[in-house]
Design a binder for this molecule. Structure first.
Ligand SMILES: C[S@@+](CC[C@H](N)C(=O)[O-])C[C@H]1O[C@@H](n2cnc3c(N)ncnc32)[C@H](O)[C@@H]1O
Length: 369
């Protein structure tokens, strides 16, 4: 663990000094400043978590490949220093990160993209451009308590907003430039066998042609045992000149285990939908600003239970979680509680150092309500 004495007068050097900072803005309503943190650290590590101070763009290459990326960055609301002042600049803000995520992800990687509705809408085209396939938009409904009757709707002339979104994307696997759906059809066509023979191969009435070789929205990822049957049949009965079929190395057919790794993990806990009714974060879990009459330290601290929900649904024990925009590192802390490894980065030395308290405390599972 590296400890440095930080120059209390110039944290901006660290924030903006690498030349990659986005449209620089001054965050509104920051309740903590350098005076609140005396002992600066730049790195923290235990057996599961590795947190670093600095721009995540400088760290990605040293992190293990992620099974899950939890992105909770700029919202276009001046939420922190470096956030943009509106959604128009968000695509440029996110672009270098999205590019890097694509570079280091695998077909098993899920991205959870937190934002406002308009923020997400602006960034969505960039995500698609870099190979992220949209799965689902989940709505965090903070409920009426979030506005507590304090909104003058005649003045704002719209319905009061009590939501954020957490959008699920997966990194779309491609083989020879083809999506899995297209590749399966392409390989079967190469065999010269009629499509209905795929049903015989899988021992089903018509599920293979209706699902696994469908070219439209009814397509399903064949379960590994079905993929194995398709591939075996193709290699036994398909045109000998084209063998091997369903191979990525051109030598042997892909195994069922390899095929199973061609998609992201997802296991939905019982009873959940895409609307998450959960109050805004208050109480003991909310980190308070030192010396500031118990104001919240970070404008956008996320609830640990929601972070745990998404991480648990899309990874297994021992898998790697990335949190590129750490804030108070809620995703990394949630990941640790359920035995995942976490890599995170936070650019603001004050937030970074405040967050470390959460990791240094004896571990507090009771924070999950
Ligand atoms: C919306 S907040 C994240 C809040 C966090 N999810 C939590 O629960 O505490 C975004 C954070 O990302 C940080 N940040 C912005 N750009 C960054 C970058 N390039 N690298 C690392 N951190 C960054 C900001 O300083 C801010 O604290």
């Amino acid at each position: 663990m590296k400890k440095v004495q930080f120059d209390l007068k110039s944290p901006e050097i660290l924030i903006n000094g690498n030349g990659t900072a986005p449209t620089s803005t001054v965050g509104r309503g920051k309740t903590v400043d350098v005076g609140d943190v005396r002992q600066f650290e730049t790195e923290w590590q235990d057996n599961l978590v590795h947190l670093q101070l600095g721009n995540s763009l400088d760290h990605y290459e040293n992190w293990e490949r992620p099974t899950v990326i939890v992105s909770d960055g700029a919202y276009g609301i001046l939420g922190f220093e470096g956030d943009t002042s509106n959604h128009i600049d968000l695509p440029n803000w996110y672009k270098p990160h999205i590019k890097a995520w694509s570079q280091y992800s695998t077909p098993q990687t899920t991205l959870w993209f937190w934002n406002s509705e308009i923020g997400w809408a602006s960034v969505h085209p960039i995500l698609e451009q870099y190979g992220w396939r949209y799965v689902n938009c989940n709505i965090w409904n903070k409920g009426k308590g979030h506005i507590a009757g304090n909104v003058n709707t005649a003045k704002i002339r719209r319905f009061p907003v009590v939501t954020e979104v957490c959008v699920q994307y997966v990194f779309e696997a491609r083989i020879n430039g083809l999506t899995l759906k297209d590749w399966l059809r392409h390989e079967w066509k190469r065999t010269g066998l009629p499509f209905n023979k795929a049903n015989e191969a899988c021992g089903v009435k018509n599920a293979a042609t209706r699902k696994y070789l469908d070219r439209g929205h009814l397509w399903y990822f064949p379960p590994p045992e079905m993929f194995e049957k398709l591939a075996k049949y193709a290699n036994v009965y398909g045109d000998p000149k084209g063998r091997p079929y369903f191979s990525i190395n051109g030598i042997q057919q892909m195994t069922r285990t390899e095929w199973g790794r061609m998609r992201s993990k997802f296991d939905c806990p019982h009873g959940y939908t895409n609307v998450w009714d959960r109050n805004a974060l208050r109480g003991e879990e909310r980190i308070k600003a030192p010396k500031k009459d118990s104001k919240s330290a970070h404008l956008n601290q996320k609830p640990l239970d929601l972070m745990k929900l998404i991480i648990e649904a899309s990874s297994d024990s021992g898998d790697v979680i990335w949190e590129p925009f750490g804030g108070l590192f809620s995703a990394s802390l949630a990941a640790k509680t359920i035995g995942r490894k976490a890599y995170g980065s936070e650019i603001d030395p004050v937030y970074f150092n405040l967050s470390l308290k959460r990791f240094k405390l004896p571990f507090q599972a009771q924070l999950f309500s």
